[in-house]
Ligand binder design. Structure first.
Ligand code: GDP
Ligand code: IMO
Ligand code: MG
Length: 427
């Protein structure tokens, strides 16, 4: 059985959680490979309505092994709380495993995320404040602490001591705040380590074994392509790669092993946090989409910025991920709109461009060039068969398909698992 990567194709919150929960029915394993609890993946299924931040969205199937892999960063108390909450709601988490290589979000990361944002003033990135950037920065600077480190308490104490000495200099001398206590953090993290020890493994071997058993393996992306630190709207990005390529590095899987790459797109665009978004609607239509779609952040509750589908950005996303197919989500959110627009190019200094500029300064000067299509103005959430969609909705999907140059496999018309139109098989 193959490996399918499920990738956010825009600025995050495309509905990856829903798609993974749906596809995991036939899977043996789901691996989440990037980000931390900056992610919020909503799953609506017979168990209820869930917001997962760290645990893979395949957790609701008892026989599916779920892996928090090396590409992620985890805040241990957040993970422990998420496990407890699932257990309290009757969800079995015995299939959950954590890579011994996963980096830990430490209290100073969360503190520094807030202090760095504050110091940026009007140029704040609008991070989720979960310590994600500082944790990945420490990974790159080789001063991170990994889950496996918690299993050797003496070595952990020595490593934490030297790192915290340095962090406390930054906290006190640069930001003028109180230092953090070694004893307190050490005590807390030793407890977390004891709690999480049964889950910590060399997970690359588990992935290989699943492939040898010919099980379907899903790679669950977090964030979205336009938040990628290389190809997104840098510096208004996150700090780990949400791309399909990130799925290889973040899992320990060869690129030759990924068979299908499913890009998840909303039928329009949203963004939460700062940074340019060429199709943003700062008018009643934007407000209407936000209210119809309850577009408020799953992790922070912030209102999401809403706008028309951006096919220029979508083409970048398709190119750098190599999508073999796409899922279009939230088509139902557009039910009420009399007309829909799709951005097909940008106007920049009186010229038309068809590519997504790498510089945010340039991108913020781009004006969307849109084509207009009629809306369907009818409810579609109950529809399960593509041919039953109003003809205007079919035309809208067909136009997206044409612009993205990629077949549409799935269309989601509601948050629940079954509110899905299977247009074309993924495999
Ligand atoms: P993720 O981060 O990509 O997993 O997406 P989020 O969970 O942050 O945001 C997607 C939101 O859309 C969640 O509230 C989902 O329950 C919801 N959702 C997913 N698909 C659909 C859909 O087709 N229609 C509607 N109305 N909501 C959807
Ligand atoms: P999911 O997996 C949407 C955004 C933040 C901010 C920027 C940097 O649910 O799609 P960070 O805390 O990562 O340093 O913030 O990235 N961001 C997301 N936006 N969905 C997400 O995840 C996001 N994860 C980070 O809002 O603009
Ligand atoms: Mg989300």
């Amino acid at each position: 059985m193959p490996v399918i990567a499920i990738i956010g194709a825009q600025w995050g919150d495309e509905g990856k959680g829903k798609v993974v929960d749906l596809l995991a029915e036939k899977a043996g394993m789901v691996v989440r490979f990037s980000g931390g609890d900056n992610a919020g993946h909503t799953v609506v299924n017979p168990y209820g309505d869930f917001k997962l931040h760290l645990i893979p969205s395949g957790i609701f199937y008892p026989r599916v092994v779920c892996i928090i892999s090396n590409g992620m960063v985890i805040n241990p108390p957040v993970l422990i709380d998420e496990i407890d909450q699932l257990n309290q709601r009757g969800v079995d988490t015995s299939g959950l495993f954590i890579s011994d290589r996963v980096h830990l979000v430490m209290p100073y990361h969360v503190l520094l995320d807030g202090l760095e944002e504050k110091s940026r003033g009007g140029k704040a990135l609008g991070t989720t404040g979960k310590g994600i950037g500082p944790a990945y920065a420490d990974k790159a600077a080789r001063v991170g602490i990994r889950a496996g480190d918690l299993l050797d308490k003496e070595a952990f104490l020595e490593r934490l001591r030297s790192i915290l000495d340095y962090k406390n200099v930054i906290l006190t001398k640069v930001y003028g705040v109180s230092p953090l206590s070694l004893e307190t953090i050490y005590g807390q993290y030793c407890q977390y380590g004891e709690h999480l020890a049964p889950y910590i493994r060399e997970t690359t071997i588990m992935v290989e074994e699943a492939l040898t058993r010919e099980e379907l393996v899903l790679l669950e992306g977090a964030q979205g392509t336009l938040l990628d630190p290389d190809f997104g709207t840098y510096p208004y990005t996150t700090s780990s790669s949400p791309l399909a390529g990130g799925g290889c590095l973040g899992t320990g899987l060869s690129p030759t092993k990924i068979d299908r790459i499913l890009g998840v797109f909303k039928a329009y665009c949203t963004r939460v946090g700062s940074g340019p978004m060429p199709t943003e609607l700062k008018d009643e239509t934007g407000d209407l989409i936000r209210e119809q779609g309850h577009e408020y952040g799953t992790t922070t509750g912030r209102p999401r910025r809403c706008g028309w589908f951006d096919a220029v950005a979508a083409r970048l996303s398709t190119r750098i991920n190599g999508f073999t197919g796409v899922a279009i989500t939230r088509l139902d959110v557009l039910d009420a709109l009399p007309h829909l627009k799709i951005c097909v190019g940008y106007k920049l200094n009186d010229q038309t461009i068809d590519y997504f500029p790498s510089s945010v300064a340039t991108l913020s000067r781009c004006q969307p060039i849109c084509e207009e299509l009629p809306g369907w103005q009818a409810p579609i959430s109950h529809i399960r068969d593509y041919k039953q969609l109003p003809v205007e909705a079919q035309r809208y999907v067909a136009r997206l398909e044409e612009l993205i140059s990629c077949p549409v496999n799935l269309i989601s018309v509601g948050a629940a698992r079954e509110q899905t139109i299977h247009k074309m098989p993924i495999l």
